[in-house]
Design a protein around this ligand. Sequence first.
Ligand code: PGA
Length: 259
Amino acid sequence: MRSKIVAGNWKMNLTFDEAEELVDNILDRLDEQDEMNCEVIICPPYPYLEMLTDYEFDEQRFNVGAQNCSAYDKGAYTGEVSAKMLKSIDVDYCIVGHSERRKYFGETNEILAEKINRLIENNMSPIYCVGEVLEEREAGRHFEVVKEQLEKGLFHLDGDAIYDTIIAYEPVWAIGTGKTATPEQAQEMHAYIRSLIKEHYDEATADDIRILYGGSCNAKNATELFSQPDVDGGLIGGASLKADDFVSICNQASHIGEE
Ligand code: PGA
């Protein structure tokens, strides 16, 4: 059975002190729980990654991910951060293709495919985000859009490399809006994504890859969403900035499937 993952995406929030306080609070709350039966990943802004990887080693309660990386390997690319640099400070995961990067920074599926290549070359796991905007859903084009994002951005990987990838389905109309996809809408798209993986690779691969839901997932709706058979956890934005909510979501993910 696939184990659940809860990944927190802090986006461009928090000062260093606030970030430290949030991690302390998350760890205090995690300590109050029994051992988590889910993988927890925290994705802070770049300047806080090393502080988080230090905690990761001391506490072993969560993994650390970046929110972005360069499509280039190294060199004269001012302001960029490479996958190799991230790996050198023990960051093992990286979000790629978040809709905010696609929208505000012009990241295309082709650029994202390169970012994914750099991550795989450095033995890191991409968390590849896909999802349609509202007009696309209203026009009934959501499956088509997600298929294209997967085919152009991810499915160039071979069968071994794809195993290290996590997919996050994030309908753009649900991100930061408080308007969550219904569990049925999430399940329908996740099952579709899994069917595409099966088509491009094989059934065993499709069965193993984790597909997270993201978009206004919170402590109130997590259990309902994560109980869907093809929803393997969540990519959490706003609610990952509140220790109580984030740990509650992790706890809910941990207990799915228990009587
Ligand atoms: P949200 O963001 O939970 O605040 O909707 C999710 C995301 O953008 O990853």
